[in-house]
Ligand binder design. Structure first.
Ligand SMILES: *[C@@H]1O[C@H](CO)[C@@H](O)[C@H](O)[C@H]1NC(C)=O
Ligand SMILES: *[C@@H]1O[C@H](CO)[C@@H](O)[C@H](O)[C@H]1NC(C)=O
Length: 184
């Protein structure tokens, strides 16, 4: 039965090769060939959104175009430090690069689109990308992890966000990120 199946398989393979199928550019692969084994990791770091001072890590590229209490339409571009502890002076583990935009008329809700580029230890050069909605006044928010690179290839999972501090005057904020990610 198995031999028969194999003969049939080889025959179809041969046929598809000789016929030059247009979908030949996609091939099934044995994941063991890449030494791939799926892992689950929990990352915890602190995201510093610094708008004040001479070297802000977060800049408003589009101010809110309307007189809106939810700053609807605002767009900020960020290159925010990610640290091991909640203080900015604690060890830097990477940077969050991307942007956020206020996308709600009814609450302060930011659409976040960022890649976390890590710079520490064996994770130096690897990254995780998140995309999703962040209603910033909720105690805990959840962002989907939509991908990754390097040691985080094929990443999927989620991030839980909790605001540690926010200054209404400067708009500076520190947010704790707990990221749960499946990757290879
Ligand atoms: C903005 O809206 C508030 C009330 O929502 C109003 O008091 C204020 O005058 C408005 N400002 C401008 C510049 O339209
Ligand atoms: C991370 O990698 C970059 C480029 O490969 C290197 O310049 C840098 O020193 C590394 N950082 C750490 C903390 O190992």
């Amino acid at each position: 039965m198995f031999t028969q199946f194999r003969t049939f398989f080889l025959y179809t393979l041969l046929l598809s090769v000789t016929k030059g199928n247009t979908d030949d550019f996609v091939n099934p692969m044995d994941r063991k060939l890449l030494g791939m084994e799926e892992k689950l990791s929990h990352l915890r770091f602190y995201w510093h959104d610094i708008l004040s001072g001479r070297n802000p890590s977060s800049v408003t590229v589009i101010p809110p175009p309307l007189n809106s209490t939810t700053v609807f339409g605002l767009v900020n571009v960020v290159d925010n430090p990610l640290t091991l502890g909640p203080r900015l002076s604690s060890k830097l583990v990477g940077k969050a690069q991307g942007l956020y935009a206020s996308t709600s008329h009814s609450e302060v809700d930011f659409m976040m689109a960022m890649s976390f580029g890590f710079s520490e230890g064996k994770y130096n050069g690897s990254s995780i990308t998140v995309l999703g909605r962040d209603p910033i006044f909720n105690k805990v928010r959840e962002l989907p992890v939509i991908g990754g690179s390097g040691l985080f290839r094929f990443a999927r999972g989620y991030a839980h966000l909790t605001t540690i501090s926010f200054s209404p005057k400067t708009k500076d904020a520190v947010v704790e990120y707990n990221v749960y990610v499946l990757h290879f």
